[in-house]
Design a protein around this ligand. Structure first.
Ligand code: ADP
Length: 372
């Protein structure tokens, strides 16, 4: 029924690969644009186009003749997407939605204008401008554009830290007293149907802003679950979203919810939906952008997800380690097959499912011991 549709993804990373995997279930074939000819998606599509998703010409050329375009990263050329939309290509999420979210300050202003609680912050032009905001320290400095996985985020404790700050247009946010970090993925289609996944809870390593593990369901009060999901739905409506959106939120020590940031695409916080939810976030994205009914988002198993980061220890004995992991029941391995080496980058993830969270957490300890 869908096999004649021509669908394209901007970006060829692991999120794109997992989207392709689920597209196969619907009989779809997918074209991919990425500047890296070794990107994970390359071996899963016969229509790989080498080119930069940030380039106007590359995106325009790639999009010609496609029926639907979606993204697996925000750093894409908006002008080209707008042009393609004018030519009749369905671009989901809409270029305007991606544009708002690409810039952390614009995103914050958008949320504020819709009465969504956010972390208070000011826009700073660069390093020298920071001296005008010394009275706002301590604070959390974030590059307005192109930050990911904690790259582009730093804490400034005192004005002495300005010397080591990055020099780029940024947002200086208040430092939040965080009790929990959670994320809600929401899907919305062209007909305005909206569905949320239950919140997941994330744990970060303090010094690196890198995710350590993520559990679903989040161990938070029912009232917070309700408030978080209704905020996510409200944001999806405000954006007139078509697609899926991850809404990252902080729960403060005094139990307020503040929206941290948005990602209008498949997201790390939805990895577990492959094994633990009735409909994966990838299938949900396809349903949303193809005008199909949205799938059931219920969580049928508790789960814990952890990223596998490239380390020397892992590289030294990888085969044996992965084999030991696969010997553990309920441990699901996703290996991204990335080429070349850069310590610290994500090379895979593991989702652990089980009957109880205690059982899962203890299995996670074993997994950590194997990986380290
Ligand atoms: P990225 O886009 O790189 O993931 P985030 O905005 O999510 O960046 O920030 C990364 C991490 O930094 C968050 O998960 C959180 O742990 C911490 N953080 C971000 N903003 C603040 C803040 N205003 N106060 C305290 N910690 C913060």
């Amino acid at each position: 029924m869908l096999e004649n549709l021509k669908i394209g993804i901007l970006g060829g990373g692991q999120l794109g690969s997992m989207l392709i995997r689920h597209a196969v279930d619907f009989g779809l074939s997918i074209s991919v644009l990425d500047k890296d000819t070794n990107a994970p998606c390359v071996r899963y599509t016969s229509s790989f186009f080498p080119g930069d998703p940030k380039s106007y010409e590359a995106v325009l050329e790639f999009g010609k003749g496609l029926d639907v375009i979606t993204i697996e990263m925000e750093a894409v050329n908006i002008d080209a997407l707008q042009q393609l939309a004018k030519q009749g290509v369905k671009v989901f999420p809409a270029p305007d939605t991606i544009k708002i979210i690409q810039d952390k300050y614009t995103q914050k202003q958008f949320l504020l204008s819709h009465n969504i609680p956010v972390v208070p912050g000011v826009a700073v032009d660069g390093k020298s401008d920071l001296h005008n905001y010394e009275n706002k320290l301590p604070g959390c400095l974030k590059k307005r554009r192109d930050g990911y996985d904690g790259y582009g985020v730093m804490v400034l404790k005192t004005s002495a830290d300005i010397a080591t700050a990055f020099d780029a247009p940024s947002v200086l946010e208040e430092l939040v007293d965080i009790k929990h970090e959670i994320a809600v993925i929401v899907a919305r289609n062209e007909h305005g149907a909206v569905k949320c996944y239950d919140p997941v809870m994330m744990e970060f390593s303090e010094e690196k802003f890198v995710l350590e593990s993520q559990i679903a369901p989040a161990l938070i009060d029912e009232a917070i679950v309700k408030e978080a999901t209704s905020l996510a739905e409200k944001i999806a409506d405000a954006l007139q979203l078509v697609g899926i959106l991850a809404v990252e939120m902080f729960i403060t020590k005094d139990n307020r919810i503040l929206v941290n940031e948005l990602a209008p695409r498949p997201h790390n916080s939805g990895h577990h939906t492959i094994e633990a939810s009735t409909t994966s976030q990838y299938e949900q994205l396809l349903r949303a952008i193809l005008g199909l009914p949205l799938g059931d988002t219920s969580l049928h198993l508790p789960s814990l997800m952890m990223n596998i980061l490239e380390t020397e220890a892992l590289n030294s004995n990888r085969q044996e380690k992965l084999q030991r992991l696969l010997d553990l029941p309920g441990v699901h391995l996703h290996w991204y097959g990335k080429k070349g080496g850069r310590p610290g980058r994500k090379v895979g993830h593991i989702t652990i499912t089980g009957n109880t969270m205690e059982n899962i957490v203890s299995k996670a300890e074993t997994v950590r011991e194997i990986l380290n």
